[in-house]
Design a protein around this ligand. Sequence first.
Ligand code: EPS
Length: 367
Amino acid sequence: MIRLTTAGESHGPRLIAILEGLPAGLPLSAAAIRADLARRQIPLGAGGRMSIETDVATIESGVMAGVTTGAPVALSIENRDHAAWAGKSVPALSIPRPGHADLAAAVKYGYGDCRPALERASARETAARTAAGACCRALLAEFGIAVSSRVLEIGGVAGDASSPAVAEAIARARREGETLGGVVEVRAAGVPPGLGSHVSASRRLDAALAAAVVSVQSVKGVEFGDGFALAAMPGTKAQDPIVAGPDGLLSRPSCRSGGIEGGISNGSPIVLRAALKPIPTTLSPQDSVDLSAGVPAKTRYERSDTCAVPRAAVVLEAAVALVLADALSEKLGGDSLGEMKRRFAALPRLEARNPAFSGAPAVFWPE
Ligand code: EPS
């Protein structure tokens, strides 16, 4: 079982990730983690903070001589901006931003200042998740599984992170004191059939992926394969036909189900999309209430990003990689990489003529 705990505040000294359950024997380098952290620091849509941080993860434990030991892997990432906050008196934040955790968390935890909510709810935390996701990606790569992503649209404008129209939409939003959300697609190629299970709600792979995706800050929607469009299709057009190929193996020419049927990976690529709302910290003031006086007040602006979608794409990859690594280790036993590889090699293939099927009738419920 692979489990991640992160800790750390946005402007605290550092972020921590503790990743439990990686098998022993997995080569893991700070450089591989650094590569994903660098991908996440894409400047498009980012505010001033990104030019302060250069995220580097230090491997604190669980790796000896460049190889995992099976013990928890602890990672730390310095917050360079912490130096600007250490020892300084910080004005109270008593006007919660609609859409942020400010109000709900302050009431829930009895805070007298929304700042503790801001600090922990901040998407700065996603640097730690990305670092842990890189470790999971390294495990998946050993089995030929690759997780990738692309931005499909930002602020209603179709295009990926390199699209001039998208860049222009973000620049316009910045000029207008607005923020933008968008849609990201994540794909996992090379996923073997048989991850997850239909037998219990808690073991369904799509349920675990949906939970992980929605746990990423700002995500408000998730769909698999053709997702919401399936709701309007006739049943015969909404499935992925099962075809016997010339090699004697089964194939699925379409991927409307997103590679998961009955909560189990079916051997097709896993395809999901996440919808992110615009960041709630806006240059233009929004209607709120000053909780210290109980009177209407406009939100105040503190430095923030215009659009987090390009960065979120890498974070969503990490979230998906973590769930797939967990499901793979459940399927293959998770103690050592060598053991997992032997079991992986013995997984059944999707044969068109399946020897388990004799065609004989059976009495399933004897009287
Ligand atoms: C964030 C606000 C901004 C972002 C931050 C997430 O930080 P600050 O308030 O310091 O300007 O830059 O994201 C990161 C620092 C990061 O590494 O992704 C927020 O409130 O969610």
